[in-house]
Each structure stands twice: as structure tokens, then as C-alpha cells.
Design a protein around this ligand. Structure first.
Ligand code: NAD
Length: 256
């Protein structure tokens, strides 16, 4: 259903971004993978997806903490019908000792990058009269938890940017939506476990059960395949009037 479309997925060499790129390729879209590295393995990853799904797949290096590189990614992609703003980083610390440099970086990668890529992608989408912007926010784009000030502020901001993009593109064949995952077991989540163990004075299993999945009533992690499937839905014609909203994939977290 997405053949002939090209998707740019930021931060897509691992975790959710990779799952989304694979799902879009599986639906027939050409995909542009991205991260801030430029290793042979990055290009091999793209080549592997292209071979597996029979689509055009390339890798473009760009650092999502730098506005000019965000815009250059879209320019170099050779088309951007589907823009998935997925790159994101986390840091866990109380506000009064939150490192300023981490605050600035998290706001840049998790929020400002989506402003820059969206600004670069909209003219091409308008010219075609078709486009999809899918922003990977978080349950933390809708609710808060302690010790994640920068992430939560950025994700709430991303939801606001999503709504604004939807209003500015309404009726133009373009939609903008945010997916709000609960906990998905990816490298980003894995890396939080030691910090949470320290902050709460708990062992690994207790942190997973009592802290991480405590707010996810299903007590099950969501999967990257489920986030990929939700993205494919948002790119479908069934979702043509779904715009300016959030879809939670969080095992009931935000129903509490
Ligand atoms: P991950 O660490 O596995 O992947 C993050 C990706 O972003 C990597 O591919 C990394 O290379 C890339 N990236 C990091 N900094 C970058 C930069 N400066 N420039 C370009 N790329 C960069 O993390 P993930 O868990 O897959 O998270 C992906 C997105 O999903 C993030 O925005 C995250 O906030 C969001 N999210 C994750 C969860 C979860 O439980 N894993 C829940 C809600 C939201």
C-alpha cells in the first residue's frame, strides 16, 4: 500500500526507529535510515532491509542535535513523503542537579530536530498533495514522572508541535500525529535501568516490575513491531482524517 512513497526515519539504526523502518519497508515504502554515525554497518543495515523487502533503502548520516544537519537529511533523502521523527535520548536526574548540557542536548534531539525536519519536509509534501508526519513522543508526552525533566518537557513539546503541524497542513493531504509508547524494551530503556536502580535503591527485577511497568497496567513491554504497525496505520488511507492527535501504545498507562 505504500509503494512509491519514501520514508525518512530519524534515529533508525536500533530500537523503535529500526522497527518502524522495517514495518514501512514491509508495507512497500522506500526507507532512508539515519543516525549520527557513519559506519559500514549502518550502510549494511540499509542494504539488508532493501534486499529483505525489495524496496529502495539507504542510510544518511546526520546528527539530530544540529538543526542544519536535520534539514540536510531531508534534502539528501531524495524525497520525503513520510517523515518519522524518532531520534531520542534520555537522562535521569532530579531538576536541581540536572546537567545543563544534557538538558540542551535532549531538547535539541527530542524536540528541535522535529521542527527542523518538518520545516524541510513540508514544501515537498505540499507539492505532492500527500504527506505523513509521525512523531514518536511517549506516555511521557502526556504524563510526568520524577527525574526526567528534559525528556518530559521535550515530549510534551513534541505533542504541541504535532498539533500545530496538523493545523497548518489541514486539508492539504498531509497529516501529523504523535505515537505515545509506554515502555518498549530497547537499548534506550535498557540503559535507564542502572540509573533507576541507583535513584530508587532497588535491584534490576524490582525496578522493572515496580518502577518501569508499575504504570503500565498490562505489566508487559510494548514491542517495536507494534509501534511499526501503528506507524503504517497512520500512513494508510484509513487514517487520512486522523490528524493532530496522539495514539497511545502503552498497555493502559494513560488510562490510569
Ligand atoms: P534507542 O536508543 O534504541 O534508539 C535511539 C535511536 O536514536 C538510535 O538509533 C540512535 O542512533 C539515534 N540517535 C540518538 N542520538 C542521535 C542523534 N544525535 N542523531 C541521530 N540519531 C540519534 O531508543 P528507542 O527506545 O528505540 O527510542 C526511540 C524513540 O522512541 C525515542 O524518541 C524515545 O524517546 C521514544 N520512546 C521510547 C520508549 C521506550 O520504552 N523505548 C518509550 C516511549 C518513547
Amino acid at each position: 500500500p505504500l509503494s512509491g512513497r519514501t520514508a525518512v526515519v530519524t534515529g533508525s539504526t536500533s530500537g523503535i526507529g529500526l522497527g518502524i523502518a522495517r514495518a514501512l519497508a514491509g508495507a512497500g515504502a522506500g526507507v532512508v535510515l539515519n543516525s549520527f554515525t557513519d559506519n559500514g554497518s549502518d550502510h549494511d543495515l540499509a542494504q539488508g532491509i532493501g534486499a529483505e523487502f525489495g524496496v529502495r533503502a539507504t542510510y544518511v548520516r546526520a546528527d539530530m542535535s544540529k538543526g542544519e544537519e536535520c534539514r540536510a537529511l531531508v534534502a539528501q533523502a531524495g524525497g520525503c513523503d513520510i517523515l518519522v521523527n524518532n531520534a531520542g535520548v534520555q537522562h535521569v536526574a532530579p531538576i536541581d542537579s540536572f546537567p545543563v548540557e544534557r538538558w540542551d542536548t535532549i531538547l535539541a534531539i527530542n524536540l528541535s530536530s522535529a521542527f527542523h525536519t518538518t520545516a524541510a519536509a513540508l514544501p515537498g509534501m505540499r507539492a505532492k498533495g500527500w504527506g505523513r508526519v509521525v512523531n514518536i513522543a511517549s506516555a511521557h508526552g502526556l504524563t510526568a514522572s520524577p527525574y526526567k525533566a528534559a525528556y518530559i518537557a521535550a515530549k510534551h513539546g513534541l505533542v504541541g508541535l504535532t498539533k500545530t503541524a496538523a493545523l497548518e497542513t489541514a486539508g492539504q493531504g498531509i497529516t501529523a500525529n504523535a505515537i505515545c509508547p509506554g515502555y518498549v524494551l530497547t537499548p534506550l530503556v535498557e540503559a535507564q535501568i542502572p540509573d533507576q536502580m541507583k535513584a530508587h535503591g532497588m535491584d534490576r527485577e524490582t525496578v522493572i516490575r515496580e518502577v518501569m511497568l508499575e504504570r503500565q497496567p498490562s505489566r508487559q513491554f510494548a514491542t517495536v513491531e507494534q509501534i511499526g504497525g501503528t506507524t503504517v496505520f497512520l500512513c494508510s488511507e484509513a487514517a487520512a482524517q486522523v490528524t493532530g492527535t496522539t495514539i497511545s501504545v502503552d498497555g493502559g498507562w494513560t488510562a490510569l
